[in-house]
Design a protein around this ligand. Structure first.
Ligand code: SF4
Ligand code: SF4
Length: 97
């Protein structure tokens, strides 16, 4: 299958496969920092929507669909994300580049 530019991003993401480790490779270090974080860029810039709004200004994180792009680590203004690659053999497998 060639990479046709007209294929929607959602469809391309659906073509990936994940071997999910039960232990998350990414962790929000201090939820209280998220309460103080006004713009919460992780909610908007994670391409896999791994971050969602939680109660009382917190943010919930789900590692299952992570694309290992590193964006959340870069955009977090509080350096509040502990980020590692998944253990060997786990994580996303890109099928079409
Ligand atoms: S960008 Fe960082 S500090 Fe702000 S809500 Fe997201 S994880 Fe929390
Ligand atoms: S590494 Fe990328 S895909 Fe994974 S949680 Fe961070 S922004 Fe989302």
């Amino acid at each position: 299958m060639s990479l046709d530019r007209k294929i929607p991003i959602e469809e391309r993401l659906n073509s990936n496969a994940w071997d999910v480790d039960q232990r998350p490779h990414i962790r929000i270090i201090d939820p209280d920092q998220c309460r103080k974080c006004d713009k919460k860029p992780c909610l908007y810039l994670c391409p896999a929507r791994c971050y969602t709004p939680g109660p009382d200004g917190t943010v919930l994180f789900s590692h299952e669909g992570c694309l290992e792009c590193g964006t959340c680590r870069v955009v977090c203004p509080e350096n509040n994300i502990e980020w590692n690659y998944p253990k060997s053999g786990f994580g996303v497998q890109y099928r079409f580049g």
